[in-house]
Design a protein. Structure first.
Length: 65
């Protein structure tokens, strides 16, 4: 399932790495695409949306959608 999140606060490569690692901890098979310019994180995963959003939030980023 392809899921798109709007994430506030990602400003650098370190931010992308932190979000990617958090998502992979929830689903090691997830395919992740991050677009900092548009503040979006696209995740192809069968895991529940809430679990993925929580992983991002636990890294300190605000998930708005």
């Amino acid at each position: 399932m392809n899921q798109i999140f709007t994430v506030e606060g990602m400003t650098c490569g370190h931010c992308e790495k932190a979000v990617t690692q958090a998502l992979l901890a929830v689903d090691s098979q997830a395919k992740i695409t991050i677009d900092r310019l548009h503040n979006t994180v696209q995740v192809e995963s069968e895991k529940p949306r809430d679990a993925l959003a929580q992983a991002i939030a636990e890294e300190g980023y605000r998930v708005t959608v």
